[in-house]
Design a protein around this ligand. Sequence first.
Ligand code: GLP
Length: 230
Amino acid sequence: MKIIHVKDAAEGGKVAFSILKEAMEQGIQVLGLATGTTPVTLYEEITKSDLDFSDKIAINLDEYIGLPATHPASYHQFMEKHLFAKKPFKKTYLPDGLGGDNEPKRYDAILKEHPIDLQILGIGVNGHIGFNEPGAPFGGKTSKVTLADSTIEANARFFKEEADVPRYAFSLGIKNVMHAKQIVLMAYGEEKAAALDAMMNGPVTEDLPASVLQLHPNVIVITDQPVDER
Ligand code: GLP
C-alpha cells in the first residue's frame, strides 16, 4: 500500500482528484464510486474541474434495501446531489434498493461487462468497505447484507432517526472490490484511525474486511491520520 498523508479532507480530495485525473489521462473507462462523507471533497474537485466524464461509466458500491431511488437518504440521491447532476457520465449504475432477489445477479453481470479500473473507497469505523461488514467472506460477490449496529448508528445522521436506517443493503462483495485494477481509499478523522491501523498492520482477516486490501497490488491510502505501515 502507498500511504499519502494530508492535512485534512479538503487536501485529500485534491490529492485523490489528481490521481483520478492521471488515471483518466491513461485511458481508464470505469470508475467504482462510494458514498458517505469521505468522498465528498473528491466529488467537489471533480465537479469544479473541466474533466470530461461523458464517455465514462460509474458503478457504485452499494444501496440500502427498501429505499426507492427517489428517497432523499438513498445512495442514488446522494450521488445525484454530489456528482451526477453536476457532471454527466455516459452511464451510471447503483444497485436497485427495491430490486429483489435477482438484484445481486443483475449487478454482478454489470460488473462483468464493465470491470472497474479505479475504485474509490471509504472505510467504516469497524473496518467495513462498501457495506461488507465484519465477517463478510473474502470470496463474496454482490449480495444482500445485514448492516452492523455500529454502521446503523454511524449512518443515522442521514435519516430523521436511527429507527429509519434500513437494516439491509445490497453491496458489492469483497471479491468484486479486489477485482478493481486500482484502489484509492480515503479516511479522515480520528474515529477512523484504529480501523486504518488494523487495515494496514493487523492480520488479514474477514473480521476486518478492509484488511484484505493488503493483498491487492495497487492501493493508495489518503488520510489525515498519523497512521503508517509498521
Ligand atoms: C458507509 C458506506 C461506505 C463508507 C462508510 C464510511 O456506510 N456504505 O461505503 O465508506 O460507511 O462512511 P463515511 O465516509 O460517511 O464515514
